[in-house]
Write a protein that binds this ligand. Structure first.
Ligand SMILES: NC(=O)C1=CN([C@@H]2O[C@H](COP(=O)(O)OP(=O)(O)OC[C@H]3O[C@@H](n4cnc5c(N)ncnc54)[C@H](OP(=O)(O)O)[C@@H]3O)[C@@H](O)[C@H]2O)C=CC1
Ligand SMILES: CC(=O)N[C@@H](CCC(=O)OP(=O)(O)O)C(=O)O
Length: 310
């Protein structure tokens, strides 16, 4: 049977990338809204209610509005790519590799919240260490990251690419979220299973897609005896049995002169690294992904496929 999919926000950055990934597929029929009508509420409501799965690629408020347009409809399933429902316990968190039970939760869910790009990296690094008891209660977790500028959607893309605009950004690399209240902090805390909110400092570089997320750790403040090797082995064990999140071997990581934020552009996978020196005092956990791949559109398609496989 062909599943009817409506991408609300299909003409935006995330929506377009989902459409590209669906091209040529025979198992799905895309319901589409003309670009000029993208904000036509009556048309959107009609299309949303006609879909088997609605994928929302909208700002938070518009996502909430779309969900309210489906009130009373018990049939349509929803994947929301915004921040609106990511810590809502009645929504399944759409990070299938997060733990062994998550893929089945997504398969059977009516409502799936697609993770944020930065939390995909941060939760991917932190959660296995919390689950294994290596990262103790009270540990002050910090998360530093750089994203390609498509992470900021159409607005930031225009500011970075069109220098004639009044609000053009000329910087090649800038820090933001300087109040340390970024909207991804609650999501990192809840799904990273942290008891303290992490300190999160994001930045943007002058490249379209790609992302590096870093979680540096002091070994002496982890569970007694934690080493670079035991942390690496914990990550390897956690991600065994699937091929979307890979943990790079310590040998391979040791030989790397640098990590390129754009390495996984166009791919829907994520790589995790453990950097440091054997016997040293510190490790740096690093996640590498495409903000629009495993960080958004790739993950949404992965979640859709899980839901369709139920
Ligand atoms: N870009 C990324 O890397 C990631 C994005 N996300 C999330 O995905 C969602 C979409 O982001 P992104 O694609 O980057 O954003 P864009 O700004 O590129 O696209 C958003 C789209 O939604 C449309 N839209 C806005 N308001 C409404 C409304 N009230 N009714 C109907 N359509 C509306 C916009 O139309 P218009 O052109 O008229 O504004 C635009 O087409 C956001 O919640 C974002 O946070 C999640 C992870 C990563
Ligand atoms: C570079 C940039 O601006 N990135 C976005 C996050 C992109 C993302 O993950 O989006 P949502 O969580 O909104 O879905 C930001 O920091 O707000």
């Amino acid at each position: 049977m062909t599943a009817k999919i409506f991408i609300d926000g299909e003409h935006g950055t995330t929506g377009l990338q989902i459409r590209t990934r669906m091209a040529g597929r025979r198992d799905v029929e895309l319901l589409s809204i003309p670009e000029a009508e993208r904000r036509n509420a009556a048309m959107r409501e009609d299309l949303l209610n006609s879909a088997d799965i609605a994928i929302l690629c909208l700002p938070d408020d518009a996502s909430r509005e779309a969900v309210s347009m489906l009130a009373g409809n018990n049939r349509v399933r929803v994947i929301d790519t915004s921040t609106a429902y990511r810590v809502d316990p009645s929504w399944a968190y759409g990070f299938a590799e997060m733990d062994k039970a998550q893929a089945d939760k997504i398969k059977s869910a009516r409502h799936v919240a697609n993770p944020g790009c930065y939390p995909t990296g941060a939760v991917g690094l932190i959660r296995p260490l919390r689950a294994a008891g290596l990262l103790p209660d009270g540990y002050p977790v910090t998360v530093n990251a750089v994203s390609g500028y498509t992470g900021g959607g159409k607005q930031l893309i225009a500011q970075m690419e069109d220098q004639s605009r009044d609000d053009a950004v000329s910087a090649n690399n800038f820090l933001y979220g300087l109040t340390l209240k970024h909207k991804h902090v609650p999501e990192m805390k809840v799904h990273g299973q942290l008891d303290r909110a992490p300190l999160f400092s994001p930045s943007v570089g002058r490249f379209a897609q790609g992302m590096i997320v870093q979680v540096p750790l002091f070994l002496e403040d982890l569970k007694d005896g934690a080493t670079m090797e035991s942390i690496h082995a914990t990550l390897v064990g956690h991600y065994a049995g699937q091929d979307i999140v890979t943990v790079v071997s310590l040998e391979e990581s040791k030989a790397l002169p640098r990590v390129d934020a754009e390495e996984l552009v166009g791919q829907d996978t994520m790589k995790l690294f453990v950097f440091g020196t054997p016997g040293g005092a510190h490790v740096n956990l690093v996640a590498l992904l495409d903000n629009l791949g495993k960080g958004a559109s790739g993950a949404a398609v992965q979640n859709m496929d899980l839901m369709l496989s139920a």
